[in-house]
Design a protein around this ligand. Structure first.
Ligand code: FES
Ligand code: FE2
Length: 344
């Protein structure tokens, strides 16, 4: 169901300012996030070891969290370090703590075996805080499975039906995707050659809406839920498919999904550009346009999940050519989950 030994985004950095407690569920487990006195993020099980009050109802005391019911105090490792009214802490008074690392403006949490948590394996989302890029982003709570959101991102043939006012043009599905399967990722590339740019591109890039462009959608999927999409366009025939993007505009549309439950998710995204970086109007426009487009996906996914929920097991599904990348990604993730289960 879930790949546990993996980094997931728990929150944006600004969602956990000093002195506040954020409660969120990941992979069906209630978690509480806060910062210690040095500003480092802490993630603990959101359930007191005494009578199970959520610790989110408590308060931060220095670098510890104090339960809001009878005052037990837990340190960043989850160990109970104080029981008011007695000198001894009962043995076994501890809750789970989770490795958490702040990187690229996100707080990353590890829900599996803490001994296996290696920060070097946090996926690369440097566009989110690299000064060469200007990035906008947000988080959506989605009443839909993380797998439906990943599928949505890996099959962009939907853009012309779901995102007609921003990302879609009529030609997208006429250009097939090229799927490459690697050990650690699936690459799903599409080039839409000699066609007009979509509305979001010509507005952001100050292009002629009737211009002919070569447009790319190069999707990298890293299990379990990380999707990096290199998108952009350049004048048709100017060499972009062969690597010369000097006359074009480049953006990264990056996404990562953290399962909340089997049928609900935290959807984090950011959209980065490296042109007209000093123009706040473009930043604002892209935040609205990209956020609006992804919110259209949320509407689709929530309706899809509700439909699936009516008859989970028995519904037959058909596959079409555009599903090649999605199916390769599903197999790669299923293999990872099976491997992890076999090692337990
Ligand atoms: S429930 Fe937390 S101290 Fe009693
Ligand atoms: Fe979409």
């Amino acid at each position: 169901m879930f790949l546990r030994n993996s980094w997931y985004v728990a929150a944006w950095d600004h969602e956990v300012p000093a002195g506040t407690i954020l409660a969120r569920t990941f992979l069906d487990e209630p978690v509480v996030l806060f910062r210690d006195e040095a500003g480092a993020p802490v993630a603990l099980e959101d359930r007191c070891a005494h009578r199970h009050l959520p610790l989110a109802c408590g308060r931060i005391v220095g670098s510890t969290l104090q339960c809001g019911y009878h005052g037990l105090v837990f340190d960043r490792t989850g160990l109970c370090v104080r029981v008011p009214g007695q000198t001894q802490v009962p043995p076994g008074a501890r809750i789970r703590s989770y490795p958490v690392v702040e990187r690229h403006r996100w707080l990353w949490i590890w829900m599996g075996d803490p001994a296996a948590a290696d920060p070097a394996t946090i996926p690369d989302y440097h566009w989110n805080d690299d000064p060469k890029w200007v990035s906008v982003g947000d988080r959506f709570h989605v009443k839909g499975s993380y797998t439906l959101i990943v599928d949505n991102l890996l099959d962009l043939s939907h853009v012309q039906y779901v995102h007609g006012t921003t990302l879609g043009t009529d030609a997208v599905v006429d250009f097939p995707v090229h799927v490459t399967r690697h050990d650690d990722r699936v690459q799903i590339d599409r080039w839409i050659l000699d066609n007009p740019p979509p509305p979001m591109f010509w507005r952001a890039g100050n292009l002629d809406p009737a211009a002919r462009v070569d447009r790319w959608q190069l999707i990298s999927f890293y299990p379990p839920t990380h999707v990096v999409i290199d998108v952009g366009c350049a004048p048709a025939g100017s060499g972009a498919p062969h690597g010369d993007r000097s006359k074009g505009i480049e953006m990264y549309s990056n996404h990562t999904i953290t399962p909340e439950t089997k049928t609900s998710s935290h959807y984090f995204w950011h959209h980065a550009r490296n042109f007209r970086r000093d123009d706040p109007a473009i930043t604002e426009f892209l935040k609205k346009a990209a956020g609006g487009a992804f919110f259209e996906d949320v509407g689709i996914i929530e309706a899809q999940q509700a439909s699936i929920d009516t008859d989970v097991e028995k519904l037959p599904r058909v596959d079409i050519n555009a599903d090649a990348g999605v199916i390769a990604a599903q197999r790669l993730l299923a293999r990872r989950i099976e491997d992890e289960a076999a090692r337990r």
